[in-house]
Design a protein around this ligand. Structure first.
Ligand SMILES: [Zn+2]
Length: 297
């Protein structure tokens, strides 16, 4: 399968073999204009196929929502204002002469981690990606949960404080995303006097013993644990997989979150693991949903 990933800052393409191996992985900066951008994306796909030297059966495309996943339309992705209304599924199917499917990038990430990554071998899994925003996907009894129109599993908008901070994504108060996204960590750092600090800077300062950064990091871990407990109690997964830029801090985040979740959840033997696919997750995930959806046609 050809996997295409449309990110807010980066486009990526690669041919993903049935065993999950990625061949001909290529990336480019995301064009603000969707029409030029989609041309660049299809060109990347051609480069990936040429470099991989492999045939493809179909195309999987991942992008942030809202999307029409049935008709392959980028309805109004929050992070790509210039790409609204583009029928990327149709364009990819024409360009490559193969069927193409579009899915939410967080759902695709969940599919990728479930099929080829940290969730391999499980039946019930929750995936959370914590980067600019917070997204996720839920696998129930071996099947990805999508909801009525493919926008289900918006785990970043689980409430952790109903009187809390305003969520930039959905406008409500106290969403998980309003505390744990890289954007929110930087915003909260700014509010406590750490000006121009990124989430990575906050993590580093906390490790170095800065008490302000330490308190902010603890609050982030508590909010994340609170969200995970609610989600885990709802679905009783075997494993929760955490990916995305903020999770690159590794045990500094995972350690306290594991402790807090274990002390609060009613789910027995819940495992919390770091995602395994790294930077290729977008492309591998897009291909994983194509393997899943095109096989059942
Ligand atoms: Zn929200």
């Amino acid at each position: 399968m050809l996997g295409l990933d449309i990110g807010g800052t980066k486009l990526a393409a690669g041919v993903v073999a049935p065993d999950g191996g990625v061949h001909g992985f290529v990336t480019a900066a995301t064009d603000a204009d969707g029409h030029a951008g989609v041309e660049r994306l299809l060109e990347l796909g051609r480069e990936a196929i040429a470099e991989a030297g492999l045939q493809i059966d179909g195309v999987g495309i991942g992008c942030g929502g809202p999307l029409d996943t049935v008709n392959g339309v980028l309805v109004a992705p929050f992070h790509l204002p210039g790409w609204h209304g583009i029928r990327v599924g149709e364009l990819a199917a024409e360009a490559f002469g193969r069927p193409a499917v579009l899915d939410n990038d967080a759902v695709a990430g969940a599919a990728g981690e479930f099929r080829y990554g940290a969730g391999r071998g499980t039946r019930d899994m929750v995936y959370l990606t914590i980067s600019t925003g917070v997204g996720g996907g839920v696998v129930i009894d071996g099947e990805l949960h999508r909801g009525r129109s493919g926008n289900g599993g918006e785990l970043g908008h689980v409430t952790v404080d109903w009187h809390g901070r305003r969520c930039r994504g959905c406008g409500r108060r106290g969403c998980l995303e309003a505390y744990c996204s890289g954007t929110s960590i930087a915003e909260r750092a700014n509010e406590v006097g750490m000006h121009d600090a990124t989430a990575a800077d906050v993590a580093e300062a906390a490790r170095a013993g800065n008490p302000v950064a330490g308190a902010l990091w603890d609050e982030t871990c508590e909010a994340l644990a609170c969200g995970i407990v609610s989600i885990a109690n709802l679905f009783e997964p075997e494993i929760v997989v955490l990916g995305g830029g903020v999770v690159r801090t590794g045990e500094q985040l995972l350690g306290p979150v594991r402790e807090l979740v274990r002390s609060q959840t009613i789910v027995p033997k819940l495992e919390i693991r770091q995602a395994a696919l790294g930077d290729a997750v977008g492309v591998v995930g897009a291909a994983a949903v194509a393997y899943e959806r095109l096989a059942t046609r």
